[in-house]
Design a protein around this ligand. Structure first.
Ligand code: HH2
Length: 276
């Protein structure tokens, strides 16, 4: 299976590691670490040396309760880093919900739009459809970051997430964006309880029926804290285990902070014939 993006057709025969680059003061696990463009670009290079296949650059924290970032501030944070990262020879993704940030990043040459809101803000579908070939990650989120963890409820979380992703994929197709450009993400921690996230992991294969590759982001998330009792800075082993578990259940891209450990684990996993 392949993921068609602006400059790269990404071969997903082997699982791919998407390295997280948060250019934010307040991300839940690494806020403020790479707050300026030079620091963020140095982090991009580190992640590549550690084995990242894709860089995902974001300028707005989406942690539960996070404040929204004004458009001009998000552009100021993200665009210089996207421009620099595009020279590094790997696919560059922009993690944003804002159509104008998508447009500006795509104009700069970005390969992928990663939207936790699945292109639901007015103008977002159009921003992607106006581009001839960028890749897209559509993620499921119930509610918005300000309120999403207030008693999330589903009859069947896997069926409801699947229905949502199918509808968003169809909305993109209607606007002429072919399925080869799209990957799907159930959105771990976005309007979901610990049990919902675990149901999505255990029954992840059901989402493969949607016919597109799955991207999963478990890295350092609070469900791992609930399972291990560990604070966010001590969730490396749990994050690597979660990445392997979701690759085992059919994910082809894992979005992670700890690239070196995840890439090493996936190499051993693959060599053992366990998938990927
Ligand atoms: N998770 C976060 C942000 N973007 N995108 C996708 N496709 N899938 C995810 O699971 C996902 C995402 C949250 O993690 P992080 O970027 O580390 O934190 P913050 O939002 O606080 O910057």
């Amino acid at each position: 299976m392949f993921w068609q993006t602006t400059r790269f057709c990404i071969d997903l025969a082997e699982p791919k590691v998407m390295g997280i680059v948060n250019v934010t003061p307040d991300s839940f696990s690494d806020g403020g670490r790479h707050g300026d463009a030079a620091g963020a670009l140095a982090h991009c290079e580190t992640l590549l040396a550690e084995g990242a296949h894709i860089l995902d650059i974001g300028g707005e924290s989406t942690r539960p309760g996070a404040a929204q970032v004004p458009l001009d501030e998000e552009l100021r944070r993200v665009i210089p880093v996207v421009e620099g990262a595009l020279k590094l020879g790997v696919p560059v993704s922009v993690d944003t919900v804002k159509p104008e940030v998508m447009r500006r990043a795509l104009d700069a040459g970005a390969d992928i739009v990663n939207d936790i809101n699945a292109l639901r803000l007015p103008g977002a579908l159009e921003a992607v459809a106006a581009h001839p070939g960028c890749g897209v990650c559509l993620m499921h989120m119930r509610g918005d970051p300000a309120t999403m963890q207030q008693r999330p409820a589903y009859d069947d979380v896997v069926l409801e997430v699947g229905d949502f992703l199918r509808e968003r994929l169809a909305a993109l197709r209607e606007r002429g964006v072919t399925a080869e450009r799209v990957v799907l993400d159930p959105g771990i921690g976005f309007g979901k309880s610990v049990q919902h996230n675990l149901d999505l992991l255990r029954r992840q294969r059901e989402l493969l029926a949607l016919g597109r590759p799955l991207l999963l982001g478990w890295s350092r998330k609070s469900t791992l804290g609930a399972l291990t009792g560990r604070p966010v800075e001590q969730r490396l082993a749990a994050s690597v285990a979660a990445a392997l578990a979701c690759v085992h259940r059919g994910a082809r891209i894992v979005r992670v902070h700890d690239v070196a450990a995840t890439a090493d684990a996936l190499k051993v996993w693959g060599a053992a014939g366990l998938g990927g």
